[in-house]
Design a protein around this ligand. Structure first.
Ligand code: FE2
Length: 185
């Protein structure tokens, strides 16, 4: 463990993300946020800050100048999401402990037929503790976390609770509008 990793803090992470996104809110800035999160995930004391009373989602930070939100999710039971997008948002998922199994999808139709979506799974992989993945605007994926306790940190470009999103059923080739509401994935 390097001295830099030991000294990295949540506050420094928020500052670094803000600076990167103000410099470039596009894919380069988003990739920088992922790199900052990777550095944060190496912070050994961070785990203790999240060993709280109950599992669930907590907002760690909201950055008014960029819209960025940072959440921590503490899981103590297995869970799986349906394939979904994140509306107009990009998002970075990083595991502090445990792991998240991901499946990425690509849409094969042109989106012109209401309610219809033809998805192809393009990548299946595991995000392990200390790893993070960026999902750009329009990315479609599903997630699953195991029964073992796990802690996930999510960085979202904006307030995803207030935007319309989509949920997909690849077997039935359907897409459903998902209205704004508190989201869990
Ligand atoms: Fe997601």
């Amino acid at each position: 463990m390097s001295i830099v990793a030991h000294s990295y803090s949540l506050e420094t992470f928020f500052d670094d993300c803000r600076a990167s996104l103000l410099a470039d809110a596009g894919p380069d800035g988003q990739s920088a946020v992922r790199r900052h999160l990777l550095q944060l995930l190496r912070h050994p004391k961070l785990i203790h800050a999240f060993l709280g009373p109950a599992p669930g989602r907590r907002t760690l930070h909201h950055e008014p100048s960029t819209g960025m939100h940072v959440f921590v999710h503490v899981y103590d039971a297995a869970g799986v999401s349906k394939p979904h997008d994140h509306g107009p948002c990009w998002i970075v998922y990083g595991n502090l402990t445990g792991h998240t199994d991901m499946i990425d999808y690509q849409r094969r139709d042109d989106g012109s037929q209401p309610g219809y979506a033809d998805l192809a799974a393009t990548r299946e992989y595991r995000v392990k503790a200390g790893e993070a993945e960026l999902f750009g605007v329009g990315a479609i994926h599903e997630t699953a976390h195991p029964a073992e306790p796990s802690i996930l940190i999510r960085v979202v470009s904006d307030d995803m609770d207030s935007v319309w999103r989509h949920t997909f059923n690849p077997a039935k080739k359907t897409v459903t509008d998902r209205p704004p509401r508190p989201e869990k994935d």
